[in-house]
Design a protein around this ligand. Structure first.
Ligand code: HOZ
Length: 427
């Protein structure tokens, strides 16, 4: 496989863009490589500018649950574009998307659209602080909630692989208001509440962590978080930017039967265009301006192109009663066969999967359910695995600590190709 054009463009990009990329993990640094530049994508294939074709398991980091360039979604964007691309004024599309999200995710009574997951989580904690009149938030070691200052403390995703889980530029004072607990560890949460009880505004978490690789949550732990936040008058914020509309029609909160106070969304609700959102109980959401005093605004919030793409994506999902069961069957098949071949090939790796979210951890640990077990994974092994896969036309996430996404457009034939190809890997 040749990567000459990508290499040339990467060198060119580095002269104008930090590290040549607009989001760090794309630089392929943690797999000791340089990025492929993308030309186009269709369904489950992605094509680079050297003419190489890959089966895509990155799926734009989650949004492309239908596969790339779905004809209905593209048509909706085209129709919207011919009517103008931004007005900075309300449209019916925004209400339609809000109504559909509320129907599918029943704990959301009122929802505000923004432009990214980072904006959603950043605004959600402002709201939680205003509602509770408290300052402290609890987040979990290795969970990632975007790049707002309050979350860049023991963060996952690119921050974890670049070994900068505490970013310079975050002031000490900001960091002091974010307390860190360990995911799936009851005691670590109890300890914080014992010490700071009436100062804690909220716990924010990815109910299924997917930014230190995919971790399996202890369902009892998630219910415990709901109980302890009720008990202490704190809010529970589910960051479902990745899991929303991926894990089930109603997200992880439906799967685990938990009612968070605020939910943050992104990725799928934009159908591949930049959208985030946060929503929850009316009494909390109505603190937002212009109803209440909590300020948050945006010129491109509710942008008609983005709303159209998200609305069409959710309609396609909502109209297919078998959408999630088919995705589950396919993902389960993939996990089982892949694990069989990994074992048969004497590769020491453990696959974590929930629905269509997966990570192959290169570790001896049999159960990977904590930050501590996740980071035992051998990044060099993952880098070898990633590179071998890429050469065979398979595009996995360029980092051990990201998720693999299965889409509705992956075929069993494509999955079989991957399963059988891995049998030949010498790593
Ligand atoms: N933060 C994303 C992964 N969890 C990566 C975003 C990107 O590079 O596009």
């Amino acid at each position: 496989m040749k990567f000459e054009n990508s290499l040339f463009q990467f060198n060119r990009a580095q002269k104008s863009i930090p590290g040549g990329v607009n989001s760090p993990v794309r630089a392929f640094k943690s797999v000791n490589s340089s990025p492929i530049f993308i030309d186009s994508a269709k369904e489950s294939y992605i094509y680079d500018i050297d003419g190489n074709r890959y089966i895509d398991f990155v799926a734009s980091w989650g949004p492309m649950i239908l596969g790339h360039a779905n004809p209905r979604v593209i048509n909706a964007i085209q129709v919207a574009a011919t009517k103008g691309t931004s007005y900075g004024a309300p449209t019916i599309l925004e209400t339609e998307l809000a109504e559909l999200i509320k129907k599918m995710m029943i704990n959301i009574e009122i929802i505000r659209m923004v432009n990214s997951g980072t904006e959603a989580t950043m605004s959600a904690i402002r709201l939680a602080r205003a509602y509770t009149k408290r300052d402290i938030i609890i987040k979990f070691n290795g969970c990632y909630h975007g790049h707002a200052d309050s979350f860049l403390i023991k963060a996952g995703s690119g921050a974890l692989t670049l070994a900068t889980p505490d970013s310079p530029g975050v002031t000490k004072k900001t960091a002091e208001d974010t307390l860190i607990a360990e995911f799936n560890d009851f005691q670590s949460v109890e300890d914080i509440f014992n010490k700071y009880s009436d100062k804690i505004a909220a716990i924010i978490l990815e109910p299924i962590p997917a930014n230190m690789g995919v971790l399996m949550p202890d369902i009892k732990f998630l219910h415990f978080l709901r109980e302890i936040t009720y008990k202490h008058g704190s809010l529970l914020i589910f960051d479902e930017v990745i899991t929303g509309f991926r894990i089930s029609k109603g997200g992880a909160q439906q799967l685990f039967d938990i009612q968070p106070d605020i939910t943050t969304l992104g990725k799928i609700i934009g159908g591949g265009l930049p959208v985030g959102a946060y929503g929850g109980r009316q009494e909390i959401m109505n603190l937002l301006a212009p109803v209440g005093p909590v300020y948050q605004a945006g010129t491109l919030s509710g942008n008609p192109l983005a709303m159209s793409a998200g609305l069409e994506t959710l309609k396609i999902i909502d109209q297919n009663p078998n959408f999630y069961s088919e995705l589950e069957d396919k993902s389960k098949y993939f996990q089982q066969k892949l694990q069989e071949n990994i074992d048969a090939n004497n590769i020491k790796a453990q696959i974590n999967r929930i629905g269509s979210l997966m990570t192959v951890f290169f570790t001896d640990e049999k159960i990977v359910n904590s930050y501590q077990t996740a980071v035992t994974a051998d990044r060099q092994k993952y880098a070898q695995f990633f590179k071998r896969a890429l050469e065979c036309g398979i595009y996995f996430a360029p980092s051990q600590f990201e998720a693999m996404f299965i889409s509705a457009s992956h075929t069993y034939e494509q999955l079989d190709y991957v399963i059988n190809t891995i049998k030949t890997f010498d790593i």
